[in-house]
Design a protein around this ligand. Structure first.
Ligand SMILES: Cc1cc2nc3c(=O)[nH]c(=O)nc-3n(C[C@H](O)[C@H](O)[C@H](O)COP(=O)(O)O)c2cc1C
Ligand code: SF4
Length: 455
């Protein structure tokens, strides 16, 4: 790594030359070759280095079963040549289903929907693309409490998101504070571990290739990682070994139950940008402990809810400029999936320079389902580039079905030109009005003044 920063310099004309020089270190055909190289992760071989990252954008039916739209959404990305799909936000325990603020979310904490999950696997496998379920134990500090069900976390610490820390385009006057969770009991933690193992088994029974244990943002599993959010004095708090224990027990349990060939990944915070923080070295030390329990890859994520803007950065390269990804790469033996590299040149360069083994793209896969095909064909100029305006995320936060500003087919892949269903005909104009109001800095600024006054 040189001292040159890709992300911070992109908007500084005086540095364009240096960026071009760096770009010059890899030409487009070399970049294409880097991205087109297969990658073996345990029992699956990815045809290229482009992975679709997890997103709660897969439109399950209201009861959480994968519907026709879920199948069509994933099939479209598999057809677009992506190397592996990680299906986002899968409820994996009874509690995650009860407390999620994303509704509906895919549900794999029950046997009920296995036939529908199998349909998704069949559609993706028809293109020889591996399919992984991101399994969520619980929403922790970001959960929604019930009347008699408090939310739980490693320690009783809530999340405070200052107004200015929301991502671009997401305007929340006055910011947001979540309720204070209860400290999870040992019995509750152990019950989660067992439920996660059973959910992994369900994924296998439905024909999926693997699971990714979710320990990112400010959800239940990630609350154990940092002493800032984990004040426990029992065997789940304190040392690195103790803070890794929840994840280690899940992974070891999955391995014991499902053998060595089922793919098991870990999504983990690379840097939460908080104070105090274990920093990338500390998060990598935990990932190393989990690796020893038997994971096959580590997928990095940036930020947390307190620093939500950093979880969906506006420019490429946060994990590269800082050297954060390299810290994981040096600590681990398993492949590392990089986040936050939309530009195929930047993606190829990061892999070629050894920061990671593949790139994991989320929003870019909504904007252009053919991204991977275009990148591996060397048609970089034809890629529809995500504008990072976060229209998709705004809809997620407002509880609306996810759509992409630049790709009118996104979220409607199953319709094939048919007239929208009646409920969509009614709801769509209302959603547009809400989006217009909540997307206006002027209107939201006025609302913010009222919020601050009433505080
Ligand atoms: C609509 C939407 C839904 C998301 N849902 C999830 C999710 O369920 N699980 C997850 O780990 N990350 C989720 N993310 C975060 C992405 O995986 C990713 O970390 C983030 O968008 C930044 O990467 P990108 O620049 O490639 O989009 C979501 C992002 C978006 C835009
Ligand atoms: S709406 Fe589409 S283009 Fe805009 S940020 Fe989301 S994925 Fe990217």
């Amino acid at each position: 790594m040189g001292a040159v920063s890709w992300s911070s310099e992109i908007d500084r004309p005086e540095d364009r030359h240096r960026i071009m020089m760096r770009r010059g270190s890899l030409d487009q055909s070399q970049a294409r070759a880097v991205l087109s190289a297969p990658l073996t992760i345990n029992s699956v071989t990815l045809p290229n280095r482009i992975v679709m990252g997890p997103m709660a954008a897969n439109s399950p039916e209201p009861d959480g079963r994968p519907g026709d739209q879920t199948v069509a959404f994933f099939e479209r990305r598999a057809r677009g040549g992506v190397g592996m799909i990680i299906a986002g936000g899968v409820n994996s325990t009874r509690r995650s289903y009860e407390e999620t603020w994303f509704r509906p979310l895919l549900r794999l904490e029950t046997d009920e929907f296995l036939p529908e999950f199998r349909k998704v696997a069949d559609a993706v496998h028809a293109h020889d693309i591996p399919l992984i379920a991101e399994i969520m134990p619980g929403f922790g500090r970001m959960g929604v409490p019930g009347k008699t069900r408090p939310i739980i976390s490693a320690s009783p610490m809530n999340v405070v998101i200052p107004e200015q820390n929301f991502p671009n385009g997401v305007i929340v006057p006055g910011g947001r504070s979540t309720p204070v969770p209860d400290e999870a009991s040992i019995a509750e933690i152990e019950a989660f571990e067992q439920e996660m193992i059973l959910t992994a088994e369900r994924a296998m029974r439905a024909g999926w290739d693997g699971v990714e244990v979710a320990a990112h943002m400010s959800y239940f599993a990630s609350s154990f990682l940092s002493p800032r959010t984990n004040w426990r004095t029992d065997r789940y708090g304190g040392s690195v070994e103790n803070r890794a224990r929840f994840l280690v027990n899940i992974v070891a349990g999955i391995r014991r139950k499902l053998g060595n060939h089922f793919v098991v990944g870990l999504r983990i915070i690379a840097n939460d940008y908080m104070e105090p923080s274990p920093g990338p070295e500390g998060f990598a030390a935990i990932a190393k402990k989990v690796e020893e329990a038997g994971i096959d890859y580590v997928a990095l994520s940036t930020g947390c809810y307190e620093r939500m803007a950093d979880s969906a950065p506006m420019v490429d390269g946060a994990l590269i400029d800082s050297g954060d990804a390299m810290i994981f790469k040096k600590a681990l033996s398993v492949p590392v999936l990089l986040q936050g590299l939309h530009d195929p040149m930047n993606a190829a360069r990061a892999i070629a320079e050894g920061h990671g083994d593949a790139v994991m793209l989320a929003r870019q896969m909504l904007a252009d389902p053919d991204y991977a095909r275009k990148a591996t064909d060397g048609d970089f100029e034809k890629i529809v580039r995500c504008d990072r305006g976060n229209y998709c995320m705004r809809r997620l936060v407002l509880g609306m079905p996810i759509r992409c500003k630049l790709n009118p087919q996104m979220g409607r892949e199953s319709r094939r030109g048919a007239v929208p269903p009646p409920d969509r005909l009614i709801k769509a104009p209302i959603e547009q009005a809400v989006l217009a109001a909540t997307g206006s800095p002027t209107l939201m600024g006025i609302a913010g003044k009222f919020v601050r006054k009433s505080h």
